[in-house]
Design a binder for this molecule. Structure first.
Ligand code: ADP
Ligand code: ASP
Ligand code: MG
Length: 406
């Protein structure tokens, strides 16, 4: 029987009624003649509550124990969904990440999948069971429980679909598919029928959390086509696959926003080899992820270097940059919270010009000041004041004609 992997996110399994709804959908898929693996997330809000709970007993809980704790969220859902399916008269079995054969490296809280041995899944599918697999978790060779980073159930589903060569992987969530922008921010956003892996990857890694970005990277690498759709209706969703670059490629496919960013500027950095390296090596050693970097043209032997990072990480770098600035003979270190990033994405940008000009023009007319700019082959991103981010997204959405009735 052809295999379908389905993934149900937190909202889709958010209460007993919704778990029963998922049970019915999974059973219908099996009755339509498919083998079914259902990957599930923790019920909505559970992972966040567990993180809060941990912080109430320890300032800095270890990553290993965090993983043991967080994995319980998904474990609750697999058991409840299996019970719900039993109550409706079908065969189902729950499997933890380890039981499903998901082997990871030992980087707790953001482990990478090293291998999948889906022997048990295959055995149960052959016996007619619906397999319910806990998303977001795996285990190391030594048997330690690991988790795959926030939103990691998407990755579990894509990886299992790849390992079992599933006919289709369906990602069920609380929206009908991938939209031209987060519909909570731009109500006129339009559902896309298809999107290319590279486009969704750029959108996901620049703030569109409809899919975890690592899962899209994995899907591209192993050419797993998948569909993002809603668990609350039967509408067709968005098909994600490799798009051949053709004449019809739209220039701008979508817009992403990322809030809660911080901007750091180091002034009067001596313009000589090794100074940038000294700054960014220090940040890398502190495991701080840096996003946009801008260095000004050198004036009289010194320059200013600015970069952005996640706002919550700003405290993590403490006085470390002041020390580096002193050491290299630079000026002051200015920190600014409350900035955000807006990205305009589309593979058509590879062969079209004028996108940057149009973006800057619409933001300028709307009175939105651009603080930093960064580009890739298929993306233009700008750093803005966070209070302006929603209006900026609406301006750009309109300027690029992305709305349904455009
Ligand atoms: P799940 O719990 O099912 O994994 P998520 O909350 O992780 O769901 O992702 C779904 C949410 O992603 C939607 O509710 C929507 O607000 C948000 N989102 C952000 N950008 C987009 C986009 N471009 N298209 C659709 N949804 C988006
Ligand atoms: N429960 C995890 C999280 O909230 C994983 C997931 O939902 O995909 O991040
Ligand atoms: Mg998600």
């Amino acid at each position: 029987m052809p295999l379908i992997v389905q993934k149900y996110g937190g909202t889709s399994v958010g209460n007993p009624e919704r778990i029963l709804n998922v049970a019915r959908r999974v059973i219908e898929t099996q009755q339509a003649g498919h083998s079914v693996v259902a990957v599930v997330s923790a019920m909505s809000g559970v992972t966040d509550s567990l993180i809060k709970l941990a912080r109430q007993v320890a300032d800095k809980p270890t990553d290993r124990e965090m993983d043991v704790l967080l994995a319980t969220g998904e474990q609750t859902t697999i058991a409840l969904l299996a019970m719900a399916i039993h109550s409706l008269g079908s065969k189902a079995i729950s499997l933890t990440g380890a039981q499903a054969g998901i082997l990871t490296d030992g980087i707790h809280t953001k482990a990478k999948i090293a291998n999948i041995s889906p022997r048990q899944i295959r055995k149960y599918l052959n016996e007619g069971y619906i397999c319910i697999v806990a998303g977001f978790q795996g285990q190391t060779l030594q048997g330690h429980i690991t988790t795959l980073g926030r939103g990691g159930s998407d990755l579990t589903a894509i990886a299992i679909a790849a390992a079992l060569k599933a006919k289709m992987c369906e990602i069920y969530t609380d929206v009908d598919g991938v939209y031209t922008c987060d519909p909570r921010v731009v109500p006129e956003a339009r559902k896309l029928e298809t999107i290319d892996y590279d486009e969704l990857l750029e959108m996901a890694s620049s703030g569109s959390k409809v899919m975890q970005s690592r899962s899209v990277e994995f899907a591209k690498k192993f050419q797993v086509p998948f569909e993002v759709r809603s668990s609350f209706n039967t509408n067709r969703g968005t098909i994600v696959k490799e798009e051949p670059l053709g004449l019809e490629n739209v220039v701008v496919r979508g817009i992403s926003i990322e809030r809660n960013q911080a901007k750091v500027t180091i002034t009067n950095v001596p313009d000589k080899p090794g100074t940038a390296s000294r700054i960014f090596t220090t940040l890398a050693e502190a495991n701080v992820i840096i996003d946009v970097i801008v260095q000004n043209v050198s004036m009289s032997g010194t320059t200013d270097i600015s970069f952005t990072m996640n706002g919550d990480e700003l405290e993590k770098i403490g006085g470390m940059l002041d020390a580096v600035a002193r050491e290299i003979g630079a000026g002051e270190v200015k920190r600014q919270k409350g900035v955000a990033k807006l990205s305009v994405v589309g593979i058509g940008m590879r062969s079209h010009s004028g996108v940057a000009a149009k973006l800057f023009e619409c933001l300028g007319h709307g009175g939105v000041n651009i603080q930093m700019i960064s580009t890739s082959e298929i993306k233009i991103a700008v750093i803005l004041d966070e209070v302006k981010i929603e209006s900026a997204a609406r301006l750009a959405h309109e300027a690029f004609g992305l709305s349904a009735d455009a």
